[in-house]
Design a protein around this ligand. Structure first.
Ligand SMILES: NC(=O)c1ccc[n+]([C@@H]2O[C@H](COP(=O)([O-])OP(=O)(O)OC[C@H]3O[C@@H](n4cnc5c(N)ncnc54)[C@H](OP(=O)(O)O)[C@@H]3O)[C@@H](O)[C@H]2O)c1
Length: 306
């Protein structure tokens, strides 16, 4: 981590903000935001220190990137002040992709190159700061995929490349064919989804010293809306810890729980509400001690550690 809290992903200077803005739900509200509204949201995020924006070609049924790009063109900041992340390889069965008869994955060079060109055009930029393979593809030819990714870096279309939802062994296979290190693995984790602690993912990240990005860090909102006993237990534990540390917001404590891990987890925040984003960035000021961290884990697992 550098002194300003940014997370270095590569040796040659690609870095992300400590917390990332996730754009998946940009078009999920009842009314589609216009370009000026998106520009204001981008400005709010940047003012809060969320300079990195996480996209995928498929978000919003293949429509989020273009809506975000329209907003970006109205935003009064400079391209170099932000980082744009996108992903490819999921092929949705969608009216926007009539050639896809069913949902599948595609890590062929042809698809990766075509998808990146579309993402660049939609976002209105000539480079991505980070390109991720969205899901492991059982038909991935590691040599072909690695050559395509390396070609995009060489051409300056992606400053860095990484993966998402890969097991350590899938990561190692692709990494073995690349002339540079994979920058990250974006995985699911939250106070409600703790499997990365024990399935080898975070061990792999610390061993290779890359910073994992974390998706659905609030369980996609189920932390607040969920009616299961696990969610209720975790909310009670978060409230108890919030009272101890003087935090006003349970979501901020849930994010602080992720930030406490030594593998330098980079949570991708999914809220589209400026006031919720503002509350969550305060997670960076919350320091949980070991017993507070374990109290939240215990509530999630429903039992003390062995
Ligand atoms: N790589 C992958 O496979 C993958 C998969 C999924 C997501 N992602 C990335 O991860 C990002 C984050 O995922 P996510 O959206 O699931 O993250 P999340 O932060 O766990 O969930 C966001 C959802 O929770 C709601 N929420 C937030 N605070 C709340 C509160 N206090 N009370 C009630 N609801 C609340 C938000 O609603 P409001 O907008 O109303 O606040 C939003 O619907 C995505 O944008 C995307 O970039 C990646």
């Amino acid at each position: 981590m550098s002194h300003d809290g940014r997370i270095a992903l590569t040796r040659d200077g690609v870095a992300l903000s400590r917390l990332v803005f996730g754009a998946w739900r940009l078009l999920d509200g009842g009314v589609r935001p216009d370009a000026d509204q998106v520009a204001r949201l981008i400005g709010t995020a940047v003012d809060l220190g969320l300079t990195s924006f996480d996209h995928a070609d498929i978000y919003g049924n293949y429509e989020v990137e273009a809506a975000f790009g329209a907003g970006l063109s109205r935003w009064n900041g400079k391209r170099e002040e932000i980082e744009l992340i996108s992903k490819c390889d999921i092929m949705l069965a969608s009216a926007n992709r009539p050639q896809n008869r069913l949902k599948h994955y595609d890590t062929s060079a042809a698809h990766i190159n075509a998808s990146v060109e579309r993402s660049l055009g939609n976002l209105g930029t000539d480079y991505l700061d980070l390109l991720l393979l969205h899901r492991p593809d059982p038909l991935m030819d590691a040599d072909e995929t690695a050559a395509a990714l390396a070609g995009l870096v060489k051409a300056g279309k992606a400053r860095a490349v990484g993966v998402s939802n890969f097991t350590p062994s899938q990561f190692d296979l692709l990494a073995s064919r690349l002339p540079f290190a994979l920058a990250t693995n974006q995985i699911e984790m939250s106070v409600l989804k703790t499997s990365a602690l024990t399935d080898g993912s975070l061990d792999h990240e610390q061993r290779l010293a890359y910073a994992p990005m974390i998706w659905s860090p609030l369980g996609g909102g189920s932390l607040f809306t969920g009616k299961e006993s696990r969610e209720a237990r975790v909310r009670a534990a978060l409230a108890a810890v919030a009272a101890e540390v003087g935090a006003g917001d349970l979501a901020a404590v849930a994010i602080a729980w992720l930030l406490r891990h030594p593998a330098r987890l980079v949570p991708v925040l999914g809220s589209m509400k400026p006031e919720r984003l503002a509350a969550m960035v305060k997670a960076q000021e919350i320091k949980l001690d070991r017993q507070q961290w374990f109290a939240i884990l215990e509530a999630s697992e429903g039992r003390p550690v062995a």
